[in-house]
Design a protein around this ligand. Structure first.
Ligand SMILES: [Zn+2]
Length: 255
């Protein structure tokens, strides 16, 4: 089922719709597991976490992404660092996005669990990354879905920072994305830079300068531009198309 495209709504009313309240994604618990040797360079494919098939065609943007946007999931800061928990999280977010929001698939491109496991999100995200040939259009940040890779960081980081291993996995993932898409580390943002939202939480948001610095260090010298060379050309119309297609993405500003 495709999201409705018949919506007619003004930018002003969209902005007015940006209320702030919490979302609870998870109602289930996962048995603790001893298997939590995280491999931060590995991205677990959708099949591994038993993702559902998208309900409609996932669209592609053939330009490279311009930036990365960091989110938190606004879920519990679980002490369960297992791979099973990460997979359960992937399914829970996808179910929430598809069943509660009516989206065609999970909205984000990648998820980093508290146990430092990295999951592929929306269908096609990993293949696009590996080929460095564009991106699938996500649903994670109003106005940025055709331009930005969305990364969900498991937890609620309003007061507490992510665990060290999770932060390290985030650094590695961002570095891989920047390397593949030839993005400068300065192109890493938080959701709140674009929408009226608390996401990714004040504590994680405060870490973004450090994240950019750490990613920049991983990228090394010489290969990357100091500024993104991705042009703004031919994205304006797509942004408006995106606005109508992914109206439910407004839900994300409520976090
Ligand atoms: Zn967010």
């Amino acid at each position: 089922m495709q999201p409705t495209r018949s919506l007619s709504i003004s930018r002003r009313s969209l902005l007015r719709a940006q209320a702030v309240f919490g979302i609870t994604l998870l109602g289930s618990t996962v048995a603790p597991s001893s298997a939590h040797a995280a491999n931060s360079t590995r991205i677990h494919q959708r099949a591994a976490w038993q993702a559902r098939s998208p309900k409609g065609a996932v669209r592609r943007s053939y330009g490279r992404p311009k930036r990365l946007i960091i989110h938190h999931t606004a879920t519990a800061n679980t002490a369960d660092m297992s791979l099973a928990r990460a997979y359960s999280l992937g399914r829970a977010i996808q179910n929430h996005h598809m069943d509660s929001f009516g989206w065609i698939d999970t909205g984000q491109h990648f998820t980093v669990s508290r146990g430092a496991y990295v999951l592929e999100g929306r269908a096609g995200s990993l293949a696009s990354l590996e080929s460095a040939s564009g991106m699938v259009i996500g649903a994670h940040c109003y106005g940025q879905n055709t331009l930005a890779i969305g990364i969900e960081t498991e937890g609620t980081y309003t007061h507490n920072a992510p665990p060290a291993a999770q932060y390290e996995a985030l650094v590695e993932l961002c570095a891989r994305l920047c390397r593949q898409y030839r993005l400068a580390a300065s192109e890493i943002y938080g959701h709140r830079d674009f929408n009226a939202t608390l996401c990714p939480g004040a504590a994680l948001y405060a870490l973004l300068p450090q994240l950019r610095s750490d990613v920049d260090s991983r990228l090394g010298d010489g290969e990357l531009p100091t500024e993104s060379r991705i042009a703004d050309a031919d994205v304006t119309e797509e942004v408006w198309e995106d606005l109508e297609t992914f109206m439910p993405a407004l839900e994300f500003v409520r976090r």
